[in-house]
Design a protein around this ligand. Sequence first.
Ligand code: NAD
Ligand code: UFG
Length: 338
Amino acid sequence: MRILVTGGAGYIGSHTCVELLSAGHEVVVVDSLANSSAVALTRVEKIAGRSLFFRQVDINEKAALKSVFDEFAFDSVIHFAGLKAVGESVEQPLYYYRNNFCGTVNLLEVMESYAVRRMVFSSSATVYGEADSVPIPEQSSLSATNPYGRSKLMIEEMLGDLVRARPNWNIDVLRYFNPVGAHESGLIGEDPAGIPNNLMPFIAQVAVGKLDRLNVFGEDWETPDGTGVRDYIHVVDLAKGHLCALETVKETGGLRVYNLGTGTGSSVHEVRKAFEKAAARAIPFEVLGRRPGDVAQCFADVSKVERELGWKATYDLDAMCQDAWRWQSLNPDGYSKV
Ligand code: NAD
Ligand code: UFG
């Protein structure tokens, strides 16, 4: 298949490109490089031993996007392109709605005009808002607690409307839980701008000496050790989930929604200790108050994706930490010092 990967230079996109190339697909990446580096794509080619096509295009630029569709005939689109910083989305909601929501409208319009009606979309467990119970199945009630989450929810609802109006569209919505880790080569990984917001990259930067200590946001949650529990999933497992979705496309069209997680929750202290083992060093920490907007526990019910796609996560927390550490220690400044 020839596949357009929007946001393919980013963290999850680059790992997915490796899997697509390795499976023999032809890959065209469109990325504005708003939050990524083209170096990642060179590394992808090195790992896969094959080339891809890259066009530096913002999906909000319709003419530029169309020119990519003029150049290549696509079988399918995997749509990663989007901004993902929750705090920034609270500060700049219109920027997030423009980029994530309007960008997706633009992309869908261009796809329709070129009769490309197959999309895999990156959604997030954030659409479950404050879930009533765990593990969380796909049919749980949905809500948003910030503009980033609302942009994902709005896109999911728009995709539902599109498929109802145009039943020949084929759309998979994949709700990621907490992607972590890196490719085992140590060549590609997560490269957050500034101080990381998320737990694993923050711990990795403490381990490599760029940050003094981990701030643990609350030890008074209703969880076994009092710290927040999340469903961490290795980014390579996540990438493979996209291939499973692509390869099990329904003949009839329609919209499918799947959780991508391991189905198991880990606490902040469990992640910290697993990372200490992987990096063979202590991670100093301090317990602070709760972070606004956090929930106690969030982990996936993965029975639907296992049953229908035959996909199951394979990497455990130790492997996630080992791979994250290899990436961080080999590339302490990410792609910027290449
Ligand atoms: P990332 O920032 O590393 O990758 C996103 C890529 O999209 C970047 O390369 C960025 O330059 C590009 N991009 C952004 N706006 C663009 C635009 N208008 N036109 C073209 N390119 C654009 O993030 P990621 O972690 O790889 O996330 C990929 C997708 O998965 C995002 O949609 C994100 O919201 C979603 N997601 C991520 C997580 C997570 O924790 N990483 C969790 C759930 C969902
Ligand atoms: N945490 C700390 N210290 C830190 C960072 C995080 O203690 O420095 C804790 C949090 O309080 C939480 C857990 O570690 O209990 C995980 O936090 P992350 O920020 O890594 O992940 P979240 O589950 O809060 O959110 C992430 C993304 C969201 C996405 C969600 C579900 O940031 O955008 O996963 O996919 F919606």
